[in-house]
Design a protein around this ligand. Structure first.
Ligand code: ADP
Length: 150
């Protein structure tokens, strides 16, 4: 018997949940894509957040459902409006890395009131997008704490 309390054990297990073990595949569009194309991509790929990449395939923006809705109720032609006009752009993007703890990403999602962060890898050219952590990812990790195999 270890003498550890339930809370201590729970905290110990939380500290084993890393981004790398739960991250989802990122869905990206190019800066030159139109808002129309982004909306189609969001439906086809069944995600709530798209990441926008520049010509060197580095992170330049984020598009949420509401960003696209907002653009759609404006008097603009969605077939010609490029996503880089409406996206949230670097350097104001919250990101995480594969070796981060999920609990820290979860805190960040709550603090910034966002649904999703890209998992990035720092390169000389900028941030390469390698994954995605969403509220669903956090829920899945939370549920995994009830599995016996850890
Ligand atoms: P929605 O707007 O569909 O409710 P979010 O809450 O995730 O989805 O997004 C709210 C706003 O924050 C949007 O304008 C979006 O572009 C921006 N946003 C989303 N994710 C991030 C992020 N990782 N970093 C910075 N801004 C973000």
């Amino acid at each position: 018997y270890t003498g550890k309390s339930g809370t201590q054990l729970l905290t110990e297990n939380l500290m084993k949940l890393y981004v790398r073990d739960f991250q989802a595949v990122p869905v990206v569009v190019k800066e030159q894509s139109t808002v129309y194309e982004a909306i189609v991509t969001m439906f086809l790929e069944d995600v709530g957040t798209l990441f926008v990449v520049d010509d060197s395939v580095c992170l330049s923006g984020v598009l949420s459902r509401k960003d696209l809705l907002r653009a759609s109720i404006g008097q603009q032609d969605l077939n010609t409006l490029p996503v880089n006009v409406i996206m949230t752009r670097m350097p104001n993007i919250a990101v995480c890395e594969k070796d981060d703890l999920l609990i820290d990403v979860a805190k960040n999602l709550l603090e910034r009131q966002i649904d999703c962060v890209p998992v990035i890898k720092k390169t000389a050219k900028g941030f390469e997008v390698t994954g995605r952590v969403t509220k669903t990812t956090i829920s899945r990790a939370f549920v995994s704490l009830t599995d016996d195999d850890h």
